[in-house]
Ligand binder design. Structure first.
Ligand SMILES: Nc1ncnc2c1ncn2[C@@H]1O[C@H](COP(=O)(O)OP(=O)(O)OP(=O)(O)O)[C@@H](O)[C@H]1O
Ligand SMILES: [Mg+2]
Length: 246
């Protein structure tokens, strides 16, 4: 069975402790969201899980057959156009060029980019367009595990919903697993099987884990609003996000 297992992980940058005693397991076909305040170590944790950073204390075991990553900043190659950027991973996997281009074009259209955009270079794209290219590039290779670092943060609400729905469709159809980082509690509630709240102070640690058992298809807007309202009343959430609600 494919899974990602994070056990007793601690991490420091130099003398600065960033993460302490992180433990969780992501199973095949599941979505775990990590939420928490800025600077709490979410991106660092994702980089450890995806082996961009080396684990020095604790253990991370990943038995997923394949994975891909959409970074917090889109990291597109400036000298390649939209389609060539999306096709990168496919070509790296030795996909035939014409097939790679065709798949890249299809996913670009699905993600709301237009034919006119295909030959644009990153410098001529809006922030939201860059994010869509980056997300498309990660999804087009059909990974078993997807690492997503705030992939929808630069999108307007309509587009965000559309891409969330594409993600949900892929999770259901391909049994995709996702480790998802977001600031957006509503997004986490809509997408996740489990939400991990990372508290920044004094060192990044897991303050609480919530499971959401109801099937993703049944989570309509009303469910998401109601659950979010409940979450925002939870003392640990208030504490972790340093919210001062009255
Ligand atoms: N390469 C690095 N060298 C030293 N410190 C770093 C490095 N990368 C991140 N940090 C520090 O690690 C801490 C956690 O950063 P990280 O990017 O993981 O936070 P985050 O939770 O993803 O924040 P955000 O929500 O703003 O993206 C911060 O204090 C940051 O300054
Ligand atoms: Mg981050």
């Amino acid at each position: 069975m494919e899974r990602l297992e994070v056990k007793n992980v601690n991490f420091s940058f130099g003398f600065k402790e960033i993460l302490e005693d992180i433990n969780f397991v992501l199973e095949k076909g599941k979505v775990i969201s990590i939420v928490g305040p800025s600077g709490g170590g979410k991106t660092t944790l994702l980089h450890l899980c995806s082996k961009i950073l080396r684990v020095e204390d604790g253990e991370i075991r990943n038995s997923f057959h394949s994975s891909s990553f959409a970074f917090q900043e889109p990291r597109l190659l400036p000298w390649k156009n939209v389609i060539d950027n999306i096709a990168l991973g496919l070509l790296a996997k030795k996909e035939r060029k014409d097939i790679a281009i065709k798949k890249a074009q299809e996913i670009a259209l699905k993600f709301g980019l237009e034919i006119d955009d295909f030959t644009k270079f990153p410098k001529d794209l809006s922030g939201g367009m860059k994010q869509r290219v980056s997300f498309a590039r990660a999804l087009v290779v059909n990974p078993s595990l997807l690492f997503l670092d705030e992939p929808f943060s630069a999108l307007d609400i309509g587009l965000k919903k559309e891409l969330q729905n594409i993600l949900i469709e892929t999770i259901n159809k391909e049994n995709l697993s996702v480790l998802f980082i977001t600031h957006d509690l509503m997004e986490a509630i809509k997408l996740s099987d489990e939400i991990i709240v990372l508290k920044a102070e004094p060192v990044g640690h897991i303050a609480k884990k919530f499971s959401i058992d109801i099937s993703r298809d049944k989570r309509d807007d009303e469910f998401v609003y109601n659950e979010t309202a409940k979450f925002l009343k939870d003392k640990i959430i208030i504490d972790s996000f340093e919210l001062e609600l009255r």
